[in-house]
Design a protein around this ligand. Structure first.
Ligand code: FAD
Length: 448
């Protein structure tokens, strides 16, 4: 019989991005025993990559802004299919959540009179995004961690949760393993808060009966599908597009041509609509393909695998030369070679005159083996799949539509359609990570 180490907490938070950290801080402040589990090291959640800012109607740059305008923008952008109560709560709560980040030490950019600077971004009537240069997510996670580690939270880094534990109808903990030695662990808890980002939280919650929603946020998007990750009806689940913006990679259409700035998913997404009216009479940039080299695999995490881990990449077509790769992907080899050669020549100089990709995202594609895969272009974004919750972050059961006792969810794992409808306002994800995290913990800690 394998031996399991067992840990006991009142509230167990799974995930240490913006949402999980904020939840852990709130639960701990309520005086309950909190455990925080994350797959990687603290600070390595996707939250760290966010750049643009956090949407909150602070009215520091334009005094006409307030939560009502934010709420109206969210409802209008979502074409009024959003859950109004959730959108309202988010708009109301966001300013406090940003101000407390400042109080905990976040160094936001400043207006001339010393207040948090806010910038204009898509979907907002007035400048609303509190930001720190292009590293808002980094500052947010740094601040939450610095604040959280002094709160007596038990942190379990490099622990992957494999399943939730139930006792009757109630979720009572989670089961997982520690990465370093592979030892199994049991985490008992009176309430579990899922904050696993765009990843697998929905898969953990489904056996507990959770209602899962497929996103309906309309926005051109290219994403990665990892074989084996399918919905119950067989439709592919697709993952975010983080790999697209990494160095040593680019995206081409079936003609072997780049068609946009890979750094901004919006830039590629917009080009998915390009249609060849005559000739082949079909979409020009669908399907499209990510082409990358071994340096990317060696340096960064690809499809969630550790850097340099190639054994898990057998499903990705590969070639010792670009021509061999092109053959596997049924793409024109000469065009791929020409596109990569042009990209490399410019990348070595830190330039992208064709699509103006930022210098820091450029790196030549030259280290074999070369990899490529066809990208999926689901008509969705902002979380293709998510859990359905109440406005207080209780996860709903798919049959009863009642909260599953002891189970909460916050941040990106929550179905975007709930608060965003079929829209997407810039800065909404960091905002909902903070607000959801706060609300989930408030309710969870109050229930134990
Ligand atoms: C490049 C980029 C730019 C962005 N820019 C913006 C922006 O400007 N504004 C904005 O609002 N949003 C932006 N976003 C989106 C935003 O960053 C995310 O939606 C948000 O940070 C998600 O936070 P989260 O806490 O829900 O999840 P994450 O930050 O993804 O954290 C998930 C956590 O769950 C853990 N985890 C997952 N599965 C398990 C498991 N099985 N066991 C244990 N732990 C697990 C992970 O280790 C991690 O700690 C951007 C995203 C990217 C990638």
């Amino acid at each position: 019989m394998p031996e399991y180490e067992t840990f006991e907490h009142d509230v167990l938070v799974i995930g240490a991005g913006g949402a999980g950290l904020r939840a852990a801080i709130e639960a701990s402040a309520a005086g309950v025993r909190v455990g925080l589990v994350c797959k990687s090291l603290l600070g390595k959640a996707h939250t760290v990559m966010a750049e643009g800012g956090i949407a909150a109607a602070l009215a520091n740059v334009d005094e006409r802004d307030n939560w009502r305008v934010h709420f109206a923008d969210t409802m209008r952008g979502g074409q009024y299919v959003n859950q109004w109560r959730m959108a309202e709560l988010h708009a109301k709560e966001a300013p406090d959540r940003v101000r407390e980040l400042e109080a905990w030490g976040a160094v936001f950019d400043r207006t001339k009179d010393g207040r948090i600077l806010q910038r204009h971004f898509g979907g907002h009537k007035y400048p609303r995004l509190a930001h720190v240069g292009d590293r808002t997510g980094l500052e947010m996670i740094r601040t939450l961690q610095d604040h959280g580690v002094h709160q007596g939270i038990d942190v379990y880094m490099e622990h992957t949760i494999l399943s939730l534990l139930k006792d009757g109808d109630r979720v009572v903990g989670a089961f997982g393993y520690e990465r370093e030695r592979g030892r199994f662990k049991i985490f008992r808890a009176k309430a579990v808060v899922l904050a696993t980002g765009g990843g697998e939280g929905w898969r953990l919650a489904m056996p507990a009966g959770a209602e899962v929603s497929v996103g309906v946020v309309r926005q051109g998007m290219v994403q990665i599908h990892v074989p084996g990750e399918e919905h119950l009806d067989g439709t592919p689940v697709t993952r975010g597009n983080y790999e697209l913006r990494m160095r040593h990679g680019l995206v081409v259409n079936r003609r072997g041509q780049r068609f946009g700035n890979e750094y901004f998913f919006q830039a590629l997404g917009a080009q998915l609509h390009a249609f060849e009216t005559w000739g082949e009479h079909r979409f020009i940039n669908i399907p499209c393909y990510l082409i990358f080299d071994h340096t990317l695999v060696d340096t960064y995490s690809f499809a969630g695998l550790p850097p340099g881990y190639t054994a898990g990449l057998a499903w990705v077509p590969q070639g010792h030369t670009l021509a061999e790769l092109a053959q596997h992907l049924h793409l024109p080899a000469a065009a791929i070679e020409a596109t990569v050669a042009r990209f490399n020549a410019h990348a070595r100089r830190g330039e992208d005159p064709d699509f103006h990709r930022p210098t820091e995202s450029l790196g030549p594609i030259e280290q074999p083996p070369f990899y490529g895969l066809e990208l999926a272009s689901p008509p969705v974004s902002a979380g293709t799949i998510g859990l359905v919750t109440t406005p207080q972050a209780q996860v709903l059961h798919h049959e009863t539509r009642q909260p599953i006792l002891g189970l909460y969810a916050c941040g990106q794992i929550v179905a975007a359609r709930l608060d965003l409808g079929v829209g997407y306002q810039a800065g909404c994800q960091l905002m909902r990570a903070l607000v959801h995290g706060f609300l989930a913990a408030e309710h969870a800690a109050g229930s134990v």
